[in-house]
Design a protein around this ligand. Structure first.
Ligand SMILES: Cc1ncc(COP(=O)(O)O)c(C=O)c1O
Length: 388
């Protein structure tokens, strides 16, 4: 372990990117390596194995590719859907809109079950849609980062399996992997897609997608060519399989250093303390502390049902008389960086706090205490300034 320590900086508690541990940043500073070298092969190989572990899968195929979370949507749209095929998208916010747009760009015929603001899609409506029409896949956002709504992934998958068992279940888990419990095999999820910069505690730059064997069979059975070059699993599947089997293969140069960083973070997540289960419990506890502190300040949560609120982030409305300019800059002055609203119809009415990764698991950092204290001081000052 090196003695490297990052510069003092403002506490980054937006819902991703998140704070990154010193050893992860230091791993990114690895001397430049050949991506084909025998030393690098097991690093990517281990990342593939540990990624599977985080999702409690034994058989699914991970893809770790340079890109951001968005590239996961492209992978799904390009590899699993053929032009004119139908997709049912459960839209619970901003990221649902974008996923639909991406699917349509590849020629998918997308129907949506739209959730009311602050809620997840109604599963009776989903079942009805699935009985009325054949869908190649159902896609949904686990935690919609624009609202902090957590969908019930297990129940979504169970609904699809009950009503339309051939339909693939695709979950955008960019804002939930490693902060929410996800049981890919047990729940029957066919694709879980994410990115490096949130719960996985690594700088941005990796698209991480895990596909079930069922999804791979659907991909292999496609009749038309994949309408993307960079996102094509025809190109990436042999590369991922080779690295996991212990040999190098080339399609496009992987971000070698970032993969060292991801390896360092995954090692902590899968082999360090807390255990994976304890990690999820710690996220639930930290989330409750932030949400309770917000409630004590009179801030109402966006998710209408507290049972469907994310554990890695909190979205709360500004109280009457206060708005983003009264709050966000004051938090910034206290070196706490939060995010404003994102949902297009409501973005000025609320703000978002991220609580994932080391901010939650490394209690000795005191990040949660710092956030709570900064919120209390900020709202006291903001309210006092309005009365003055
Ligand atoms: C739920 C969700 N999906 C997709 C994305 C897109 O990921 P990226 O910005 O890494 O491309 C984000 C980004 O925050 C997200 O929160």
């Amino acid at each position: 372990m090196s003695s490297f320590k990052q510069e003092p900086h403002k506490l980054l508690v937006i819902p991703g990117p998140i704070e990154v541990a010193d050893d992860v940043l230091y791993a990114n500073a690895h001397p430049s390596m050949s991506h084909m070298s025998a030393d690098f092969v097991p690093v990517l190989g281990d990342c593939l194995r540990m990624t599977r572990q985080v999702l409690y899968s034994t058989t699914a195929q991970p893809f770790i590719i340079a890109g951001s979370g968005t590239l996961g949507w492209d992978q799904v749209a390009a590899n699993l859907v053929e032009p004119g095929e139908s997709v049912l998208l459960l839209n619970s916010g901003y990221f649902g809109d974008s996923f639909t747009e991406c699917l349509q760009a590849y020629g998918a015929n997308v129907d949506e079950v739209r959730a009311d603001f602050g809620t997840a899609a109604d599963l009776d409506e989903v079942a009805k849609a699935l009985s009325a029409k054949k869908y190649k896949l159902v896609a949904f956002t686990h935690v919609d980062t624009s609202t902090g709504v957590l969908s019930d992934a297990k129940a979504v998958a169970a609904t699809v399996q009950r009503v339309s068992p051939d339909t693939l279940v695709v979950m955008d888990a960019v804002c939930s992997v490693a902060s929410e419990d996800i049981r890919m095999d047990a729940w029957g999820l066919d694709v879980v897609l994410t990115a490096s910069q949130k719960g996985l505690g690594t700088p941005p730059g990796l698209s991480i997608l895990v596909a079930s064997q069922k999804a791979l069979k659907v991909f292999e059975a496609r009749t038309r060519p994949v309408a993307s070059y960079y996102a094509s699993w025809k190109k990436w599947l042999p590369v991922m399989r080779a690295y996991e089997a212990g040999s190098a293969a080339y399609f496009a140069t992987p971000p070698v250093n970032l993969i060292y960083a991801y390896h360092a973070s995954l090692t902590q997540i899968t082999r360090g303390a807390p255990s994976l289960e304890e990690r999820f419990a710690a996220h639930r506890r930290a989330s409750a502390r932030i949400k309770d502190a917000c409630a004590a300040l009179g801030l109402r949560q966006l998710p209408r049902d507290p049972a469907y609120a994310a554990n890695g982030m909190t979205a709360v409305y500004f109280p009457a008389g206060l708005a983003a300019p009264d709050v966000v800059p004051r938090l910034l002055q206290k070196d706490v960086v939060v995010a404003g609203g994102l949902h297009k119809d409501h973005k000025d009415k609320y703000f978002r706090i991220g609580h994932m990764g080391i901010t939650v698991t490394h209690e000795e950092r005191g990040d949660i205490d710092r956030i709570v204290a900064a919120l209390r001081e900020t709202f006291a000052e903001a309210e006092a300034s309005k009365k003055a």
